[in-house]
Every structure is written in structure tokens, then in C-alpha cells.
Design a protein around this ligand. Sequence first.
Ligand code: COA
Length: 568
Amino acid sequence: MRILFLTHAFNSLTQRLYVELLELGHDISVELDINDQIAIEAVQLYQPDLIIAPFLKRAIPPEIWQQHVCLVVHPGIRGDRGPSALDWAILNRESRWGVTVLQANAEMDAGDIWASAEFHRRAASKASLYRNEVTDAAVRAVLLAVERFQSGDYRPEPLDYSDPQVRGQLRPRLTQAERAIDWRTDDTLTVLRKIRSADGFPGVRDRLAGRELLLYDTHPEGSLKGEPGALIARCGPAVCRATVDGAVWIGHLRDRHAEHPFKLPATRVIADAIQELPEIVADRHSGYRDIWYEEQGAVGYLHFPFYNGAMGTEQCTRLRAAYVQARRRDTRVIVLMGGPDFWSNGMHLNLIEAAESAADESWQNINAMDDLAREIIATRTHLTVAALQGNAGAGGVFLARAADEVWARRGVVLNPHYKDMGNLYGSEYWTYLMPRYAGTENAERIARARLPMGVREARSLGLVDASFGRAVEAFAAECRERATSLAGVPAYAARLEYKNKRRDADEHNKPLEKYREEELAQMYRNFYGFDPSYHVARYNFVYKVPKSRTPLTIAHHRRTAERLRRIS
Ligand code: COA
């Protein structure tokens, strides 16, 4: 079928549906929801059999839904309506939540139901639920709805509140007043719930260090206590604030009125107010842990669940130090676990945007990424595995490929390209790694396509070696089994020897340093050259400037129109 996605952004859920439906053989084209006229034009150009709205913030124009079946993906159970579905589910402590696929009509979220899917709601942030449980449920429900639509004889169910299976209700947009934290009375669980219901957007408004700020990225503290509401410690990027029965860590803050009005590490946003705070070294029970190492038998696991998968200069340096330490251990395999939401999204674009010199910070960040990648590639003592529990983008994908093996959870989406960031050339030794693992032809194809890919395609292209496990826990458990057997196979020594010989031969052919020099020469131009594209694209990304047109890489229906326009 020809399916048109009408969506506010080509976000992770939209990308996952794109990948899944393409794999089923459908033709997919995407139009970003910029205004009614452009949406109507897209429908006229593409003449779709079906329209899907994976992530919409406004109603579909009647000119479209009156002529075409439009399936809207709503992140709520049957009967749930309104723009703050997940926010309410978290605040109201719903244990089961879901996704409903309904047909657009004149009333928002009230159309006939084509399919729905439910899940157990984890105690996690809204963004984490969205990237995992919601996305998986959306895939199940959309695939079923598409199958039903294709069958031609399925009649969707009208929304009927007298049906006991319809548990949801219409809820208004959640306000800041409803999320407001009362530090004198709210216990730790309540504070966590309030912040998580608003993370990553819009954040909980609160007063901290005498300023009005938005709070994100919260975790419970295991042992520290203090005067409710008081800042009591710092750890890495996070500050610790006492509640009535314990304390929470807050990793990221946003000051909408500051020079840099986007999310940044908390210790940076309120640097002036925390100089006297005791600094905690994180361990299993206390502190904010964004890097940790654990060992099981002959396998070392390095975890790095950086917020939003962004890796700044300092994080790369710390991770490299942790990696070098892991390599000194008497183990055989090192598994790079990343985090449950993201493996890595490459350089930290917010920190770069906030730096005094964005060019200098970009330069330092990419060099720190490269230093880390080189340690992984040049490891002679261990077999290494990148275990992708969550998505990876840009430099993060190539950093993963620096390991001997890449294992990915089923459902992970990779964005193995840099060019969308203002034609950034990219580094992380990708010019060595891509031809080495994917072959020259595939390497070029991947770079050119600028498209998200699922693990099946990534496997066929040599970006991923194995994929298994649907849920994060199942994937992590199987990783442990596989890593243990990798460390124990009789062929372990031979594999290590082969890997080192191959590396030596590659080094002899062309030293790693040479690849780096060549990549960085291009990156230098991106950062310091006359063409400001990278700086403009990064600004737009960090400030979330809405796109004024859909990129032609995904708007297939506009490619022919664009060609004709150029010719005429
Ligand atoms: N630096 C800083 N923040 C980043 C980031 C990065 N490299 N990559 C993602 N984020 C943030 C986003 O701003 C967003 O922030 P929010 O919490 O305020 O919403 C959040 O992570 C989720 O990203 P989003 O774009 O909504 O996720 P997605 O899953 O829909 O898209 C990507 C994933 C990877 C396609 C997209 O995030 C991206 O293009 N990232 C930039 C990658 C890049 O160019 N890195 C630099 C070159 S190495």
C-alpha cells in the first residue's frame, strides 16, 4: 500500500513505524505537519491508500479526513483523550497503559477505534516510556490496524464509554500548577512522579537557587537526607535535593530566561549556587551514576546511560578512563552497555551550543569521541561488544561499530549518518569502520541515504552482528548469556589472535591516525570554515526550530515535483 505519514516530527516513534512498515513491503512517504495547505498538497501529490498520523499536535484538516482514512496514533488506552495522555498516566499511577489507533474525524481523539495495545507502565520518565513501551505498543496496534484496513472488510469500533473495556476518559492539558512540587509535604515518590510526568517536555517548573527553572532527569537518592527542599549535595552533572523522606537527584535544568534557554546539566545551570555543596562519589546506593562498571565471571560490563544519549567532552573523557580501567581487569570480554533508552547520540550538541566558542567545543568533543573510539578499536586484550539496548544516532552508531561485535535489541532504530547536521562530515573513524564492516558500496549507500534503519537492515549491511530480545530486560539478560559464552568458547584465544592480526594488517595498510587526520581535516572545515551550515543546523536542533519543509529524503512524493520544478 501507499501510506503517507502526516506527523509533527520524524521522531523516534515515527521512525520505528517507518522502518516496520517498509519491512512489510509498503511504500511510505512522510510529510511534516507544517500547515493545512501543505498537508493537503502532500495528499494530492502522493494519492495514498492510507494516511497514518504517528505524532500529531493538531487536528487533521477535514479536507483530508473526509476523503481518506486517517489513522491517528494516540498514546493512551481506549477512551483516553487529550494532549497530556502519558503525563496523566504517570501522575495517576496507572499500572496499565496503552496506545490506541483511531480514525480521525471532527472530534479530537474520539474517532472509531481500529486497534489498541496495552503495556505495564514502568516507573520511568514520560520520554523513556514513549521510546520503549509506547513505541512497541504503537507498532503492534498500527500493524494490526493496517492489516485490518487492508482486509477491506473490517469495521472499526465506535468509541463507546458504556463498554467496560473502555477505561479512558477525556482529560485536559496538564498544567504546571498540577505538577507543582510542594517540597514541605511531597515525599520522594511524589516528587519523582511529578518530574517524570514532564520529562523530556515540558519539565516541572520550580524555584531552585532563587530562580525559576524547569527540572528534568530525576533519580532517587539511596541514603542522603536533609531539610526538605534544600540542596544537599552534587555529583557529576546533578544536584541532590532533600524531600520529606529522603532526597532526589536532578540531572538537568532549563532556565527559559537565561542566555542559553535549553536543557543543560544542573551543575552548570546553577553553578554559582552550589560551590559549597559536598561532592559525592556515586556508588550502587548513593549519588547520580552516569557511568558504572560491573563484572560477572570473565565479562566486564560498562554502563553509560547519558541523558538523551548525548556525550560531551567531559563524559567521553570519563568514559574512556573507565574503559581503560575495565581493560586492565583480568577478564576476557568487555560489553559496552550504553543506557536503556539510548546507546549514544554522539557529540553533546546542547553543551556545544552553550560553549563560549561552539567551534572549539565541537573540536574538543569530537576529539574526545575519537580518543574513546580509538581505545575500543585498538583493544588487544579483550573481545569487545557494543550492546544496543536503545537507539543510536550519528557518531553513536559509528562508536558502536568500533567494538568487535554489535548486538542490538529488536526494535532499536539506528541513524547512521551525520549529514542532517548541516552536512557534518563526521569522524569516530567511520571511514575505516564502515568499509571494514559494511563494505565500500554499502558504506556509501548508508551515508547517502540519510535514513533511519531497523536492526534487520543494519544486520544485512554489516552495522549489526546479532539482534535479539524485544524488551530491554530480555535483551540485557541474553547479552549476559551470550557474553559469558563468548568469553568461554574454546576458540576465544584464536579469535583474539585473529582480531589482533587483522588490526595489525589494517594498521600497516593505513594507520588509524591517518583516518583520523583525514576525517578531522573535514570536520575542521565544518567547525571553522566559511560555510556555517553545521552551526545553523545545530542551533535549529538545540532550539527546536520547527522545520519549514519536509526533507526530500523522506518526502518521496515531493521528489518528482521538485525535479519538475527545477526543470521548468
Ligand atoms: N546532543 C544533545 N541532545 C541530543 C542529541 C545530541 N547529540 N541527540 C538527541 N538529543 C536530545 C534531543 O534534543 C531531544 O531532547 P529533548 O529531551 O529536549 O526532547 C532528545 O535528545 C531526544 O531526541 P529526539 O531527536 O527527540 O529523538 P529521536 O529519537 O526522535 O531522534 C536522532 C534521534 C538521533 C535522530 C536525533 O536526536 C538526532 O538527530 N540527534 C543528533 C545527532 C547528531 O547529529 N549528533 C552530533 C554528531 S555526532
